[in-house]
Ligand binder design. Sequence first.
Ligand SMILES: Nc1ncnc2c1ncn2[C@@H]1O[C@H](COP(=O)(O)OP(=O)(O)O)[C@@H](O)[C@H]1O
Ligand SMILES: Cc1ncc(COP(=O)(O)O)c(N)n1
Length: 269
Amino acid sequence: MHIPQALTIAGSDSGGGAGIQADLKTFQELGVYGMSVITAITAQNTAGVQGVYPVEMAGIVQQLHSIGDDLQPVAVKTGMLFSAEIIREVAQAVQAYGWTTLVIDPVMVAKGGSVLLQEQAVQALIQELLPLAAVITPNVPEAELLIGRPIRTLAEREQAASQLIDMGARAVVIKGGHDTSTAQAIDVLYDGRSFHYVEGPRIHTPHTHGTGCTYSAAITAELAKHNDLLTAVQTAKAFVHAAIEDGLGIGSVHGPTNHFAYRQRRAVR
Ligand SMILES: Nc1ncnc2c1ncn2[C@@H]1O[C@H](COP(=O)(O)OP(=O)(O)O)[C@@H](O)[C@H]1O
Ligand SMILES: Cc1ncc(COP(=O)(O)O)c(N)n1
């Protein structure tokens, strides 16, 4: 039996809604064998981040080698990378092992405001990792930091996507979760040739912990199955929409999304 394989390089979320946990659950639900390199452990729940504990560098480097020397992920995603030093090691491994289908989710701050990428690491992300991206998936605040100016309108989002291509990414998705000015949650996809608006109705809920991780993991899983990028983004959008809409009601504050929802809905059709 052939099972598509994917790797996530990200932080652990003890609460299970974001990070490595969201990525592996998403891979599994989409029929993809998941592997992981853990960059940092976060003590986290639906109320916020109580602590961040980076894994020692030797441990991160060894995880990358253990996978690269033996296993062959078809698609790889990055999430929380925390420091410039970690970014540099990840960029080296990506090149050494030929992980060309690289999805970069440039995770910077948790929804409650905790820092998941040190400020001085943003330049390393731009210079060393971004040029290796098959696709980079910033939300609007992350895209603003990457290009260095504010993004207010959809036209400005298109310009930002174009600038991120000029900076070296092969494709860009600027996500619309943060832009509450529209009734639709619109994600703008640009591959250097054409723009696609991948959208769905905005759901009014505080329970969106881990949406970005889940979405980029779903794109990675679909690319691991050799789908084209537009199809992968459309499937990821349907996956995350179902996950938000059928929220689990877990925890006391900003709850996680429901990773079972997409598959359950397809099963009853
Ligand atoms: N309230 C919402 N209703 C519907 N879709 C949403 C909502 N919030 C986020 N999304 C979708 O979830 C995905 C992740 O987006 P976003 O929340 O902006 O990322 P991040 O978690 O990185 O901030 C995108 O496809 C976005 O359109
Ligand atoms: C370990 C880890 N990685 C990423 C996020 C971002 O989560 P979100 O998808 O809600 O922006 C998080 N809260 N924790």
